[in-house]
Structures are given as structure tokens and as C-alpha cells.
Design a protein around this ligand. Structure first.
Ligand SMILES: Cc1ncc(COP(=O)(O)O)c(C=O)c1O
Length: 350
């Protein structure tokens, strides 16, 4: 229990000692949510499903989330048997570990990346092995043949925002004896993705979330694209009705409104580029981001000082206690107005 409590506190981006703020009135840039609402079609679909008396809610939803699988399959150019829908991509990450890694078996990932893999693996009794980055951005000491059951590659990386080049991802797939799971929670903000490798390499799985680019963190929606035999294994161990009715109609509506989605992503990337330039002008070290956040370090490399200053102005960003990361902050991209206010505060403490 202690492990879980610590992890949840850390995920929210609160520094121990602070009370969680009343975030509704704050500028909230700590968990990489989308600052814009989902497509208006999502609200309409949810209202239509609820209807005037909510009668549809009496009955169970589609167990297979078939309409979503079909909508996602069409969008990504796969057969629906290659898609599995999940109650947030965290669910599919968890089920991949449950399906592939038993007690004492190894799961690997890069550090720093998404710390939740370790929690999920530990709950399962699997062992965890982490690898750092080499100077050239590749993975330091990655074996010629990695024998772990799963290697999670977060691309774009969180909290860094950087991506791994596709040929390198393909090379890693060839070096993994088990699955290579490319966690693409942020890929919709990036110039490339690894979907084509799912077709090319039999051990590659790509996971996506609707929490970021589709503005649906509150609905808990994610998916994986993988070979049908992997999808079938994941289907066996998921909850029967893992997606509720409202999540299912919301997801289909969001997937079908691609023009809204594309414009939303475009705006966030444009704001990200503007914000990165402003930080550079203030002397910050800014990693080139392909996600909806940036990792940036102030000139004095004192992340805590900048975190505190922003906190006093009711701007919540993510300070990570890890010694590799505490010199900087991960800052989600909000609206233009929110980022202008953030820059204003950063200028006042420069
Ligand atoms: C890299 C990465 N993977 C997965 C997730 C989980 O996403 P979801 O909200 O779909 O569970 C996150 C959430 O922040 C993330 O950063």
C-alpha cells in the first residue's frame, strides 16, 4: 500500500509537504492534459446515449468495444483484429505485464521515462531493469539480445519529450527476445510514430491514449495496436466490460472528428514551439519536445526554486524528485493565455 500511495502522490506532481491545491482555479500544467475541450461531437454523442431518461445505462455496454476497434482500425489502416481498446492506456500497459511477465520475470524500460511501469511490474511480482541514456540519445548498455519479457520504450519520452528515431526502434525490436512495447501516449504531437513497425516486426506493440491529444483524460480511454494473437491474449485477461457506454460513444465521436483533432494538435504544437523559444531566450536549457509538454531547466539548475515561484502564482507544473531530473521542470502546454502568464512569472524571477 505504501508503494501505491507514494506513486499516486508523485503522479499528481505535488511536492511532499504541500497540500493539493484547489486546482480548478489554477493554471494546471502538471499532468499533460489537453487545455482544449474534446470535439463538440463527443458531448453530443454522450448526451444522445444518455437520452432523456438515461434508459440506455440500464444495459451493459459492448464487451468487445467493437465500434471503437473498427473506427480506430480504419484510422490507422489495420484490421480490427489488430486493435484492443482499454480503460486508459494504463490498463493496457498493466494487462501486457499481466499477460507476459510472471513472478520473478523481467520487465525493462529506460530511466527516465514513465515511472508507472515499475509500479505495475512490482504489483505483478515481476522484476524491473532500467537502462539510462547514452550521450548520443541511444540506450546505454542495451544487450545485443535482451531477454526480458517486455521492454517499454516511451517515445516521445516523458518527462523529456524526445523521440527515438524509427530505424533505432526497429533495431531494438530485433534485439528484444520478448515484446517491445512502444508507449506512444504523446505520438500525436510528434513528427513520426512506430505504427508501421507493428506490421513489420512480430514483437512490436504500440500503445496510445485518448487522454492527451483527444482531450479525454476524464473518460479513461486508450488502445493498443498489435498482432491478432497478442490482441487475443490481452482480450482474455481484460475485464469483460472494461469500457463503459459513455466512454465508447465518446471515443467513436472523437475518432471520427479528425479535422477538430488535427487542429487541436496543431495549436498545441505551435504553442509548444513559442513557449520553448521564450524559455531559451530566458537562458533555460530546453529539450526539443515532440510532445504536449517541455522539459526545461533554469540557468541556476534549481527546479525547486522555479516550481515554488510558479506555485505561489497558482501555476502548477511538475517537479520530479529524481536527482537526474530535479534541476528542471516538466511543463505541460496549456492555452496561449496560460503559457503567456507562465512566461510572465518566469521573467519576473529570472
Ligand atoms: C508515457 C505515458 N504512458 C501512459 C500514460 C497513461 O495514459 P492514460 O491516461 O491513457 O492511462 C501516460 C499518462 O500520463 C504517460 O505519460
Amino acid at each position: 500500500m505504501k508503494l501505491l500511495r507514494n506513486n499516486i502522490a508523485d503522479m499528481q506532481g505535488y511536492v511532499p509537504g504541500y497540500q493539493p491545491p484547489d486546482v480548478a482555479s489554477w493554471i494546471k500544467l502538471n499532468t499533460n492534459e489537453n487545455p482544449y475541450p474534446p470535439s463538440p461531437a463527443v458531448r453530443e454523442a454522450i448526451l444522445a446515449e444518455v437520452g432523456s431518461d438515461g434508459a440506455a445505462l440500464r444495459t451493459y455496454p459492448s464487451s468487445s468495444s467493437q465500434a471503437l476497434r473498427e473506427a480506430a482500425a480504419e484510422l490507422y489502416g489495420f484490421d480490427p483484429s489488430w486493435i484492443i481498446m482499454a480503460n486508459g492506456s494504463d490498463e493496457v500497459l498493466n494487462n501486457l505485464i499481466r499477460a507476459c511477465a510472471g513472478e520473478g520475470e523481467e520487465v525493462g524500460f529506460v530511466h527516465p521515462s514513465y515511472s508507472y511501469y515499475a509500479t505495475l511490474a512490482e504489483i505483478q511480482g515481476a522484476t524491473v531493469r532500467t537502462f539510462g541514456f547514452a550521450e548520443d540519445g541511444t540506450i546505454a548498455g542495451f544487450p545485443e539480445r535482451y531477454q526480458g519479457k517486455i521492454f517499454f520504450l516511451t517515445s516521445p519520452n516523458s518527462p523529456l519529450g524526445t523521440t527515438f528515431p524509427l530505424p533505432y526502434v526497429e533495431e531494438l525490436a530485433g534485439r528484444c527476445a520478448g515484446l517491445l512495447v512502444v508507449d506512444e501516449a504523446y505520438a500525436d504531437f510528434a513528427d513520426s510514430n512506430a505504427l508501421e513497425l507493428v506490421r513489420k516486426c512480430e514483437n512490436v506493440v504500440v500503445t496510445r491514449t485518448f487522454s492527451k491529444s483527444y482531450s479525454l483524460a476524464g473518460m479513461r480511454l486508450g488502445l493498443a495496436v498489435a498482432r491478432p494473437e497478442i490482441v487475443a491474449a490481452l482480450d482474455k485477461i481484460r475485464d469483460h466490460y472494461n469500457l463503459d457506454r459513455l466512454a465508447q460513444v465518446a471515443c467513436v465521436a472523437a475518432l471520427k472528428d479528425q479535422p477538430y483533432f488535427a487542429e487541436n494538435c496543431r495549436k498545441i504544437c505551435a504553442t509548444r514551439e513559442w513557449f520553448s523559444r521564450e524559455l531559451l531566450a530566458l537562458g533555460y536549457q530546453v529539450l526539443p519536445s515532440q510532445a504536449n509538454f517541455v522539459f526545461a531547466a533554469p540557468p541556476d539548475r534549481n527546479g525547486q526554486r522555479v516550481y515554488d515561484a510558479l506555485y505561489r502564482e497558482k501555476i502548477l507544473v511538475r517537479l520530479l524528485s529524481d536527482p537526474l531530473l530535479s534541476h528542471g521542470l516538466r511543463i505541460s502546454i496549456g492555452t496561449d493565455q496560460e503559457m503567456q502568464r507562465t512566461v510572465q512569472v518566469l521573467k519576473s524571477i529570472a
